[in-house]
Design a protein around this ligand. Structure first.
Ligand code: ADP
Length: 407
């Protein structure tokens, strides 16, 4: 029996998201989520797609090992167990791959050690990713496990974009540089945008706007990332759900010296209590738009600050690329919030950018153009699919000529 299935695991600090995908036709066989791991109120929601059957388990799940065992049991009930010979690989999302991992990578001890070495620059994410990998390895030690890094797509950035203007000796000692995140999404969306335009990725320059709860922009020239808005950590760049994005770093010294706040308190303030939430108490764009439509001034200002920053990045990346063929909106806000797309390009006709009101109002799951037919630059909505991208990259890697004996 040929092995054509990939299990994609996205292990967060207290959650595991998973999808089992058959790579022959890209069919999703099972999808699910374990959340609140380590609490009394843990929950597993599992869907066996073909049967249209969704099951929910509530009650304590102590740790990632217990979570993955519960997922394996659910998959087993559907005849999709981890012991199946049809499983070709497990693909893991790994948030931080540093400057070394520019490709999906077969996981061995050296790779695990390097992911561990990166914990100081990704203290929230990499430990959870490692736990997910180790648990999956224990469940299926014989199966290839592949790491797909959020930072990988951005390793093509030139030094002029990746370096901060600080003493390189200090930067190198502490591995301080701009790594960028959401790379799997930026890679997928930039490629899908080229496909939508009916052109090869190598011929197309795209500005990708990944606007979810976390948000980042990237400038992609001919399929390669040349700049992105997140930096050493995901805090830099756009205004996000709960993160401030760009700020004068001196605000931090000011808060320490004058506000008496500790580094940890400021970290929490800027990552968890800032952005849209900090500005107006809501981080869900649906709620913010509802309030704006009712004339709520605080929500209105939060929306305006969000759009102002977005517009600045569109302009900056236009300049970085020189020629832009498309601007692509993706993720929760980018795919669903027509007012954000409209406001982000309003007034940019001089750059060849505009949206058609009717096309922008259409809702759907398919990649689509929303710019007027005669527009110089295409504006597109391109739904992201990070799980499919992780599965595709993992499957391609285990099927490379030298790796075929692995499956
Ligand atoms: P994450 O970064 O957590 O993966 P998503 O890409 O799923 O986030 O985006 C989640 C966000 O998308 C929500 O916080 C909300 O602001 C926004 N969103 C989701 N659906 C809609 C919608 N229909 N209209 C406007 N915004 C939406």
């Amino acid at each position: 029996m040929s092995s054509t299935r990939v299990l994609v695991l996205n292990s967060g600090s207290s959650s595991v998201k998973y999808q089992l995908i058959d790579m022959r036709g890209g069919e999703r066989l099972a999808v699910g989520l374990v959340e609140r791991i380590g609490e009394r109120t843990s929950r597993l929601i599992h869907t066996h797609v073909a049967a249209g059957d969704t099951r929910e388990q509530n009650g304590p799940i102590a740790d990632h090992e217990a979570a993955l065992k519960a997922v394996a049991a659910e998959l087993g009930r559907d005849g999709l167990g981890l012991d199946s010979p049809e499983l070709a690989a497990i693909g893991h999302r790994v948030v931080h791959g540093g400057e070394f991992f520019s490709e999906p990578t077969l996981i061995d001890q050296t790779v695990l050690t390097e992911i561990e070495r990166l914990i100081p620059v990704a203290p929230l994410h990499n430990p959870a990713n490692l736990t997910g990998i180790r648990t999956a390895q224990a469940l299926r030690p014989d199966l290839p496990q592949v790491a797909v890094f959020d930072t990988a797509f951005h390793t093509t950035m030139p030094e002029s974009a990746a370096r901060y203007a600080i003493d390189p000796k200090i930067a190198d000692r502490y591995r301080i540089r701009r790594y960028g995140f959401h790379g799997t999404s930026h890679a997928y969306v930039s490629r899908e945008t080229a496909r939508l335009l009916g052109r090869a990725p190598e011929d197309v320059n795209v500005i990708v706007l990944h606007l979810g709860n976390g948000a980042s922009a990237s400038a992609v020239r001919g399929g390669r990332c040349v700049d992105t808005s997140m930096g050493l950590t995901p805090l830099e760049g756009l205004v996000m759900g709960t993160r401030s994005g760009d700020m004068d770093p001196a605000v931090i010294f000011h808060l320490m010296r004058v506000g008496g706040m500790s580094a940890d308190e400021i970290d929490t303030l800027l990552n968890k209590r800032s952005g849209l939430f900090g500005l107006c108490g809501d981080n869900d764009m649906r709620e913010i738009r509802r309030r704006v439509d009712e004339g709520d001034e605080q929500a209105g200002l939060a929306f305006d600050i969000y759009i102002h920053r977005l517009k600045k990045y569109i302009g900056a990346y236009y300049a970085v690329l020189g020629r832009v063929d498309a601007v692509a909106f993706t993720a929760g806000v980018g795919e669903n919030a027509a007012p954000v797309r409209e406001a982000a390009v309003a007034g940019l006709e001089g750059l060849g950018l505009a949206v058609d009101g009717e096309l922008n109002a259409v809702r759907g799951d398919e990649a689509r153009l929303i710019s007027p037919a005669d527009a110089r630059v295409a504006v597109a909505v391109v739904p992201t699919d990070e799980e499919m991208e992780i599965a595709t990259q993992s499957y391609a890697l285990v099927n490379e000529p030298g790796n075929q004996n692995l499956t």
